[in-house]
Design a protein around this ligand. Structure first.
Ligand code: NAD
Length: 497
């Protein structure tokens, strides 16, 4: 049985308090015990980070970038090992685990450009002999709290830009799959990062509250469910920290009558059921426009959902693997039951699926609901499983209104051949990330990622240029040379005459 402690000051440290089981979802076995940090253990990590940070901030940006370049080499070297561990602890398939690593790596590649990204601005002769310039400086010690569903990608989205900017980082990954974040921290040290700049404290609410209450932590980046996002944002900002929290989702795909139906069905199957629906950018609501479109769509989806290949994470040809925990599996199955009771039409019921040879694994088959209505709980709430709801709209405006009125606003897509409709949709939809004939519009690393409405708390997005803004503060200097100019006392606001 693996024991997973913390990674503090560049080395593994045993936990001092409670532990939690780490499961292997494909078999249902407990494969490890992860330490749950006390506030004192969080404090120990912060002390290490605080001691190491000034020297790291003073290290020139090209040297900081070199650590990132080296880290990329090491992640490539250990790619198989990382993907295997990720699939084992999370349950996603190995190819999907490699995608999880890859989308994190791309943000590390972005962070390699930090000497360019942190450059300030300069105005020569803003007044007589006066030059004006701004610089970006790191915040100090910052923290990231991350969810179970992308245990490689989201930790890298958080720590790579923060560390490249000269901060020290406390990562609190999900206690459900902590193995990969620990390996990533080891690789950062092997890449040449000074001890104390990246610390991993494992844990649950107690560790999170330790982070929220710590006076030396200047900023927190959170990704997870909306209720926890709101809690962290409220409590973190109340104590004066800079906080950005990315929450849950209910992503719609509007299917216009002129859409390419082969493309639509493939896109919905991949985006609805990939990773067992455990993605914040999964499509969970299909909105066909018009009865003919809806009938055709549902008719074509049914056989595709029925023939989805579910398998263990190690299977070479599974479409998706098990869910993260038994408790989450039961929660998703319960939502299906709720949907049936609410009167939605369950066209495909995957609840009875059993994986031969893996009877204790956390599997379920794909489910498809038709005639879901906006007042139903299965429409309003995030299910986070392989369950797709079809909500029929009479026209384009009704489809657009559905997406706009939903309290979540993370991702959305429209499938159409009509450029006018696509353009109007992109302009008027109240959602942060929009796909046009593209189902999972996760922006690339050099753009920024973030939803609207209840999918986000805070102002700036994650990764891309916003991450540099989030993890630095701007200082602006007005300087005058020669310094010996004597104007006498000026009682009016300087206007740079
Ligand atoms: P979660 O909210 O349960 O956990 C996220 C983090 O918060 C974990 O580190 C966890 O230990 C911690 N946490 C859990 N309960 C807490 C509590 N009561 N107090 C303090 N901290 C607590 O989320 P999850 O189940 O790990 O991840 C799935 C959720 O994350 C989904 O809602 C999904 O949509 C969302 N998500 C959002 C994005 C995005 O960018 N918007 C990306 C990925 C996942």
């Amino acid at each position: 049985m693996r024991e997973i402690g913390h990674f503090i000051g560049g080395k593994h440290v045993k936990g001092a308090g409670r532990t939690s089981d780490v499961f292997q979802p494909m078999t249902g076995e407990v494969i490890g015990k992860v330490a749950l940090a006390t506030k004192a253990e969080v404090r120990a990590a912060v002390e290490n980070a605080k001691a190491a940070q000034p020297a790291w901030a003073a290290t020139n940006p090209q040297r900081r970038a070199r650590v990132m370049f080296k880290f990329l080499e090491l992640v490539a070297r250990d790619n198989e090992k990382l993907a295997e561990l990720l699939a084992r602890e999370h349950g996603k398939t190995i190819p999907d685990a490699k995608g999880d690593i890859q989308r994190g790596v791309e943000v590390v590649e972005f962070a390699c450009g930090i000497p360019h990204l942190m450059k300030g601005e300069y105005t020569e002769s803003a007044g007589a002999g006066i030059d004006l310039y701004s610089m970006r400086q790191p915040l100090g010690v910052v923290a990231g709290i991350t969810p179970f569903n992308f245990p490689a990608m989201i930790p890298m989205w958080k720590f790579a830009p923060a560390i490249a900017c000269g901060n020290a980082f406390i990562l609190k990954p999900s206690e459900r799959d902590p193995g990969v974040p620990m390996l990533l921290a080891e690789l950062m040290i092997e890449a040449g990062l000074p001890a104390g700049i990246l610390n991993v404290v494992n844990g649950d609410k107690e560790a999170v509250d330790g982070i929220l209450d710590d006076p030396d932590i200047r900023a927190i980046g959170f990704v997870g469910s909306t209720p926890i996002a709101e809690y962290i944002y409220t409590r973190g900002t109340a104590s004066g920290k800079r906080v950005q929290c990315f929450g849950g989702a209910k992503n719609h795909m509007i299917v216009m009558p002129d859409a390419d139906m082969d493309q639509v069905v493939d896109a919905l199957i991949g985006a609805g059921y990939g990773a067992a629906g455990e993605r914040c950018m999964a499509i969970s609501v299909a909105v066909p426009v018009g009865k003919k479109t809806a009938d055709e769509l549902v008719g074509r989806l049914i056989p595709r959902v029925e023939s989805l290949k579910i398998g263990p994470s190690t299977s070479a040809d599974a479409d998706f693997g098990p869910m993260i925990t038994k408790a989450h599996l039961e929660k998703v199955k319960n939502y299906v039951e709720i949907g049936v009771k609410e009167g939605a039409k369950l066209k495909v019921d995957g609840r009875g699926f059993k994986m031969q040879g893996y009877e204790n694994g956390f599997y379920m088959g794909g489910c498809l609901f038709d005639e879901v209505k906006p007042d139903m709980r299965i429409y309003k709430e995030e299910i986070f499983g392989p369950v797709l709801s079809v909500v029929r709209a009479k026209d384009y405006q009704e489809g657009l209104d559905l997406a706009n009125k939903h309290e979540y606003g993370n991702g959305v897509a429209i499938f159409t051949r009509d450029g006018d409709a696509a353009r109007d949709f992109a302009s008027r939809v109240e959602v942060g990330m929009v796909g046009i004939n593209f189902a999972i519009p996760v922006p690339l690393a050099y753009h920024t990622f973030g939803g609207w409405k209840k999918s986000v708390f805070g102002d700036l997005n994650q990764h891309g240029p916003d991450s540099v803004r989030f993890y630095t503060k701007t200082k602006t200097v007005t300087s005058r040379w020669p310094s010996g100019v004597k104007d006498g006392a000026e009682f009016t606001i300087p206007t740079m005459k």
